[in-house]
Design a protein around this ligand. Structure first.
Ligand code: SF4
Ligand code: SF4
Ligand code: SF4
Length: 178
C-alpha cells in the first residue's frame, strides 16, 4: 500500500504539473488578451510577432513597460504615464508596431464609485495631472465639486491613475482585439 502510495505520488505530481501547465497556458492567453500593450502596438498578432526581447522595456524612460505573462511587454500605469515619446516603437526590431501617425491606442479611463468626491471629500488630483483636460470639475450645489470626464479628450496616457489616492481610476478597453 505504502509502495503504491510512493509510486503514485510522482505520477500525481506529474499530472498536477501538467494540469497546472495547461491552466497556465490558458492564463497566458487570458492575460495576453487583457494586457495593455505599448502604444501603437499591432494587437492583431502581437504575441506572434513580438519576441519578448525586452528592448522596449529598457527604452521606456517612464518605466511603465513591464514583462508580463509569457515575457511579453505590458503597460502598468502604477509608476507613471505614457509620454508618447515613441522610443518603444523606434527601438523594436520586429514588425510589432503600427504607424505612429495612427492613434496610439483606444483605451480610456473610467472613474469608480470609490472616488473621494463621492464621499464628499474634496480632491482634484486626477484633474491636476490631466494635460488633455479630459477631467474637469464643476461646482455643485452644496459645496463639493463634481467630476466631469470627457472621454473624447482622454488619450489614455494614464497620468491620472497613479495620483489617485483611492485607486478609483481604471482603464476601460474599447474596441481592442488580439
Ligand atoms: S511611448 Fe515612450 S513613455 Fe510611452 S510606453 Fe513607449 S517608451 Fe514608454
Ligand atoms: S488617461 Fe490621461 S488624458 Fe485620460 S483622463 Fe487620465 S490623465 Fe487625462
Ligand atoms: S484623484 Fe481619484 S479620488 Fe481624487 S477626484 Fe480623481 S478619481 Fe476622485
Amino acid at each position: 500500500m505504502s509502495r503504491f502510495a510512493d509510486q503514485s505520488l510522482p505520477r500525481r505530481s506529474f499530472l498536477r504539473g501538467h494540469f497546472l501547465n495547461t491552466l497556465q497556458s490558458d492564463q497566458v492567453k487570458q492575460q495576453g488578451h487583457n494586457a495593455i500593450r505599448p502604444p501603437w502596438a499591432d494587437l492583431t498578432q502581437f504575441t506572434e510577432k513580438c519576441t519578448a526581447c525586452g528592448k522596449c522595456q529598457e527604452a521606456c524612460e517612464s518605466r511603465i513597460i513591464v514583462r508580463g505573462a509569457g515575457g511579453f511587454p505590458e503597460i502598468q500605469f502604477s509608476q507613471g504615464e505614457c509620454t508618447f515619446c515613441q522610443k518603444c516603437v523606434d527601438v523594436c526590431p520586429e514588425p510589432v508596431f503600427r504607424s505612429t501617425t495612427e492613434t496610439p491606442w483606444t483605451h480610456k479611463v473610467e472613474i469608480q464609485q470609490n472616488c473621494l468626491l463621492k464621499q464628499r471629500i474634496e480632491c482634484r488630483s486626477c484633474g491636476d495631472s490631466c494635460e488633455s483636460r479630459a477631467i474637469r470639475f464643476r461646482p455643485k450645489l452644496g459645496g463639493i465639486v463634481e467630476l466631469v470626464l470627457t472621454l473624447e479628450s482622454c488619450n489614455g496616457c494614464g497620468a491620472c491613475l497613479s495620483v489617485c489616492p483611492t485607486q478609483a481610476i481604471h482603464i476601460l478597453k474599447v474596441n481592442e482585439e488580439e
